[in-house]
Write a protein that binds this ligand. Structure first.
Ligand SMILES: Nc1ncnc2c1ncn2[C@@H]1O[C@H](COP(=O)(O)OP(=O)(O)O)[C@@H](O)[C@H]1O
Ligand SMILES: [Mg+2]
Length: 294
């Protein structure tokens, strides 16, 4: 028996009608933060719903520390913290009441619930707003109370579906820091289509495309996918429109009469002043998800 927490999915398939939303997912999660990155419709929520046992797979299996989750039943559900994608729940509850309610659903004893709630409110920086109704919270505060709820009962698997949807940059950073802080001795899986949410906090990133994991690895490993494919070209506006015809442009910056074009290609354009910039995960994302377009 291996030490620590292990969640393993094998040949996992899920279909809605005749459409396969997941086409056979194999992955082994261990302690740490995982970023599940992919565009809308990639299958992120479906995978999270299978892991949290809200949906049942057509084929394949999920096991927790070596035992199939079906066999574990309730014991598995106690190990799961889930932050769903929609956030307009419990508007008339105060933050505190909502957390006590969730703690009761999770079967926590009152004293233990009180201890954890005080601690979690502090962690998500909502101690002062705890007695206000959730309906009065900002988007960021709502997301933070949902994170606190997911961490109640100290589950070893925490699944967060688009935790920063609709938030401003300052709140995104806050959420990122909370996730990072919570990851000790847990598997945290964060689904997002926003690269910056997970680029610097993930142990590993899974790129999910049309129901399949098309790449996975540590963020720095994934950057190598664009080795020899990423260039910066100095040109003018006429040059930019020529480049746009045949290359995948990832960024354009202008200063005076110079236009700097960051682009992805198999073969660099000829007749331009080229340089090789340092890659970031956004480049990898665009490379892996927009490659058919050119
Ligand atoms: N309840 C459902 N009924 C039918 N199709 C669904 C349902 N949920 C998701 N799908 C389809 O499955 C695919 C994956 O969806 P989803 O898991 O929600 O992706 P993501 O969370 O990455 O946006 C999409 O094509 C979506 O339209
Ligand atoms: Mg989704």
């Amino acid at each position: 028996m291996e030490d620590g927490v292990v969640l393993e999915v094998s040949s996992l398939k899920k279909r809605y009608g005749t459409h396969y939303a997941l086409k056979g997912i194999d992955f082994r999660f261990t302690e740490g933060v995982y970023g599940l990155l992919g565009p809308n419709g990639a299958g992120k929520s479906t995978l999270m719903n299978l892991i949290t046992d809200n949906l049942t797979a057509e084929e394949g299996s999920i096991s927790f520390c070596g035992t199939p989750i079906g066999t574990l039943g309730e014991a598995y559900l106690k190990e799961i913290g889930y932050m769903p994608q929609q956030q307009n729940l419990y508007r008339n509850f105060t933050g505190t009441r909502f957390l006590y309610y969730m703690a009761a659903l999770k079967g926590l004893e009152k004293r233990e619930a009180a201890r954890q709630i005080t601690e979690l409110l502090k962690m998500v920086n909502l101690t002062e707003a705890a007695d206000q109704k959730i309906g009065t919270y900002s988007g960021g505060m709502k997301q933070r109370i949902l994170i606190a709820q997911a961490l109640l009962g100290n589950p070893r698997i925490v699944v967060m579906d688009e935790p920063t949807a609709g938030l401003d940059p300052k709140e995104r950073i806050r959420i990122r820091n909370i996730i990072s802080q919570a990851s000790f001795q847990k598997i945290i899986i964060v689904a997002t289509h926003v690269v910056s949410d997970i680029e610097f906090i993930s142990k590993e990133i899974l790129l999910l495309k049309k129901g399949e994991i098309v790449e996975h690895g540590a963020p720095e490993e994934l950057l190598h996918l664009v080795d020899g494919k990423l260039y910066e070209v100095e040109t003018d506006l006429a040059g930019l429109s020529r480049l746009e015809q045949s290359y995948q442009i990832v960024n354009v910056s202008k200063s005076y009469d110079t236009v700097t074009v960051r682009l992805l290609c198999e073969k660099p354009p000829e007749g331009y002043v080229l340089s090789v910039p340092k890659a970031n995960l956004e480049d990898v994302y665009l490379y892996r998800f927009c490659e058919e377009e050119k």
